[in-house]
Design a protein around this ligand. Structure first.
Ligand SMILES: Nc1ncnc2c1ncn2[C@@H]1O[C@H](COP(=O)(O)OP(=O)(O)OP(=O)(O)O)[C@@H](O)[C@H]1O
Length: 551
């Protein structure tokens, strides 16, 4: 069973987070609900006045009928306006939070505990859980504080004793609400956790389906998904059970209070009350009080109905608050000439690692120089490139790009062209994938990049050439071909800084020779960092930095 954090500090932090996320629109929706209560008072007065005026004929009834019609229509309009304002406020706050989640997902350090499925669940389901909270719960909560007081005041003017009865029945009603809310809270949280577990597991397994199939793990994974689905079903049934029980209790008290007021008014009118009371009701006042009595509990019932939304939002808020903050966003600098790079005593350490990936590394690259980063596997070559892209954490030391500290820039991405070790491809044509780096590239630029990266023979074998469709896994392409596409993409971007991670890995000797010539050409006029295991690639560099020796 998932641990459910419920400390006071967490509750306070969650409350602050939800208040900031909700914005102000829900308050306006609540204010409109108060207008609805005022209209309800007018409606009850119209009904009572009309009933009393019946013996005086149609002309006497008409003004009251008009009041009923106007306040009735106003109630409809206020209810609609409140729902619309609440929905608009919910849309705004969801969009704002979703933007933050997507920002954090896009600008996150590699690794970390949150899986891709977890990010998807956060951005879709967990953000969606704020909808009911902002659109329904917050307006209902605001109305539930003041609206019953308005009704009580109006009732007290007509019949203080009826107002006292309503007030008296409020106490067990509020106790029932608190008990029901408390019981529902934990079940609702557990249901939410089960939902998140199922959807993030499902998204992750669909994403890695080829691996699941390759290892014959379909049955195991299907069973695990089935168990997660069963857990969600069980949790949902528990939430429903608590919700049905609690709403039955609430309805009972609401009905009881109306019944007590009805009995009191009836016996008062007949003058047969068993106890003396300080008032004698007439038909109009009795009718008014009776018509208004259900409105006393209306706002609180609305609040109770939206209580589940609050619990879902609180659970979602705890999960959304725990997501890692986005890394420093890029602040593009207008650098068009090859930059100088300086690394002083740089140490990179990932949060879940007890040893640094790179320790106390210092070197400089003059503008336009090519630096080869060499070293055994795991010595931190890729980490160093990731550091420049804002994707790896600096524990200590400084990195200067043209004298500007990297932590002020966040990333060199705007001025860099990067071909990573595990090329990521877009679902679409090969052309789409290449133009991603430079949408303004001319056909001649494309041809040069394709030629330089050695993609020509592969494209010649495909009838659609550059327009051949590929999926995001690059199915149908060899590992070397995927790397060549990534390299062509990097060559296509007219960036003054080139970052290449193992550009010739897994290539045969002849292909490597051809690619080295291309890389040497691409490095001209740019500052280049080349992470490589190949001594032949390292040989084209102006300077070789060896990693791993001192670590
Ligand atoms: N996101 C991450 N979270 C935690 N540790 C990481 C992460 N990325 C890399 N590491 C660790 O940092 C160290 C350096 O990894 P890195 O990929 O930079 O090495 P490399 O020299 O490029 O290796 P290779 O030559 O095999 O590509 C390794 O021990 C690796 O396990």
């Amino acid at each position: 069973m998932t641990a459910i954090p419920s400390t006071k500090a967490m509750a306070r932090a969650r409350g602050r987070w939800l208040t900031a996320a909700a914005g102000t629109g829900a308050g306006a929706a609540g204010a409109v609900l108060l207008l609805d209560t005022l209209a309800a008072i007018g409606f009850a007065a119209g009904l009572a006045g009309g009933v009393v005026a019946v013996p005086d004929g149609l002309a006497a009834v008409l003004p009251w009928a008009a009041l009923v019609a106007v306040t009735g229509a106003a109630r409809g309009l206020f209810a609609m306006a409140s729902a619309r304002i609440g929905a608009a406020a919910a849309e705004r706050s969801k969009a704002q939070v979703r933007r933050r989640v997507v920002e954090a997902a896009l600008h996150r350090a590699p690794g970390g505990a949150t899986t891709l499925g977890g990010w998807i669940t956060a951005a879709v389901d967990e953000v969606e859980a704020l909808d009911g909270y902002v659109a329904r719960f917050l307006p209902a909560r605001r109305a539930a504080v003041l609206a019953p007081l308005l009704v009580l005041a109006a009732t007290a003017i007509a019949s203080p004793v009826s107002a006292a009865i309503l007030l008296g029945t409020l106490i067990p009603f509020v106790i029932a609400m608190a008990l029901a809310g408390g019981a529902a809270a934990d079940e609702s949280r557990r249901q939410f956790v089960a939902l998140s577990r199922l959807s993030s597991r499902f998204a992750d397994r669909v994403r890695t389906l080829p691996v699941v199939l390759a290892f014959g793990a379909e049955q195991r994974e299907a069973k695990a998904l089935g168990e997660a689905a069963d857990e969600l079903a069980t949790r949902t049934m528990r939430v429903l059970r608590v919700a049905f029980l609690s709403s039955a209790a609430l309805e009972f008290f609401a009905a009881l209070s109306v019944a007590l007021v009805a009995v009191y008014c009836g016996f008062n009118l007949l003058g047969q009350l068993p106890v003396p009371v300080p008032e004698q009701l007439d038909l109009g006042r009795a009718f008014f009080v009776l018509a208004l009595a259900p409105e006393f509990y209306g706002p609180m019932r609305r609040l109770a109905a939206a209580y589940h939304d609050k619990q879902s939002a609180e659970t979602a808020a705890e999960r959304l608050m725990a997501l890692p903050a986005p890394l420093t966003p890029a602040r593009p600098r207008p650098i068009s000439a090859p930059p100088a790079l300086a690394f002083h005593d740089v140490t990179i350490r990932y949060s879940d690692s007890d040893r640094p990936a790179v320790a106390n590394l210092s070197f400089t690259a003059a503008p336009g120089q090519t630096i080869a980063l060499v070293g055994p596997s795991g010595s931190g070559k890729s980490s160093l490139l990731h550091l420049l892209l804002g994707l790896a954490p600096v524990e200590s030391g400084t990195v200067l790009v043209d004298g500007v500290p990297l932590d002020r820039m966040g990333t060199v991405a705007p001025l860099a062209s990067w071909a990573g070790q595990h090329p990521l491809l877009l679902a679409g044509s090969i052309r789409d994938n290449l133009l991603l780096a430079n949408p303004k590239a001319t056909p001649r630029d494309l041809d040069a990049a394709v030629e330089g990266a050695g993609l020509g023979p592969m494209l010649a074998r495909r009838p659609a050439g550059l327009d051949s469709e590929i999926d995001s896994r690059g199915s149908g392409l060899s590992g070397g071909e995927r790397r060549r596409i990534a390299l062509a993409r990097a060559l296509l971007k007219p960036a003054p800084l080139l970052l290449l991670d193992e550009p010739t890995a897994h290539l045969d000797h002849a292909s490597e020779t051809a690619l080295i010539a291309t890389i040497a050409g691409a490095c001209r006029g740019r500052t280049t960092l080349l992470a490589t295991h190949s001594e032949r690639v390292a040989a084209i560099a102006d300077q070789v930095v060896r990693l791993g020796d001192s670590q």
